[in-house]
Design a protein around this ligand. Structure first.
Ligand code: IPE
Ligand code: MG
Length: 222
């Protein structure tokens, strides 16, 4: 979800106004996705590198997240949305971690769609945690290094028991992955759009899914 700041700048508004509009775009995407047959929607809300932003913007983003969760969880639950969170949650404020736990617990049996929020998430951090866990198990003698395979790694990723993404959308004209699901997106179809995230709407998501439908996926086969 990229382009909130530029959306605000174009209108001579503070960046926070762009982030607020970004939350509206989140609401739209979460409403639209199930109607397109999307089973899992993962939103990159805050990266492990976003801490480099000025403290007031970090605090605005955390405040919006807190507000979004407090005000939307009941509605998401009513709509059959299951919530999951990926990233190093231990790096977030305790009250937020409690909220995340409550949201995941309340919605755990919902089946309409899984909404995954990536918070303090970065693939390098995630994979580093996996490697540390594997090395510790090997050292303790509970894991044979020769037995480490892709499944052993996947079982320790934050996305354990979630399918790999089929489609990855990046907004705002940037064409990079920015440390997002690097392992999991090995065969994801990439869609880049110039639209800024606050402008992203049902038609934008539908267009991306339509583009996805035209791709010939071979997974290295022929
Ligand atoms: C939203 O867009 C990204 C986050 C939620 C952290 P940006 O804040 O990166 O917007 P631009 O790139 O400055 O336009
Ligand atoms: Mg950006």
């Amino acid at each position: 979800m990229d382009g909130n700041g530029r959306w605000a700048k174009k209108r001579h508004l503070p960046r926070l106004a762009g982030h607020r509009k970004g939350v509206e775009a989140v609401r739209r995407a979460v409403e639209t996705a199930p109607t397109l047959g999307i089973e899992v929607l993962t939103l990159y809300a805050f990266s492990s590198e976003n801490w480099r932003r000025p403290a007031d913007e970090v605090s605005d983003l955390m405040g919006l997240l807190r507000h979004y969760l407090r005000t939307e969880i009941a509605e998401l639950h009513r709509n059959g949305i299951r919530m999951r969170f990926i990233g190093d949650l231990s790096g977030l404020n305790g009250d937020l971690v409690t909220l995340l736990g409550e949201a995941a617990e309340l919605t755990r049996d919902n089946t309409k769609m899984t909404l995954v929020l990536a918070l303090n998430y970065g693939s390098h951090d995630e994979l580093t945690r996996v490697v540390r866990e594997l090395a510790t198990a090997a050292l303790e003698g509970t894991l044979d290094p020769a037995a480490i395979d892709a499944a052993a790694i996947e079982a320790r990723l934050d996305t354990v028991d979630l399918p790999p993404p089929d489609l990855l959308i990046r907004t705002s004209g940037e064409q990079r992955l920015s440390n997002f699901l690097l392992w999991q997106a090995a065969y994801a179809e990439l869609v880049f759009t110039d639209e800024l995230w606050p402008d992203f709407n049902a038609a934008s998501l539908t267009a991306a899914v339509t583009a996805f439908g035209t791709r010939d996926r071979r997974y290295g086969g022929r």
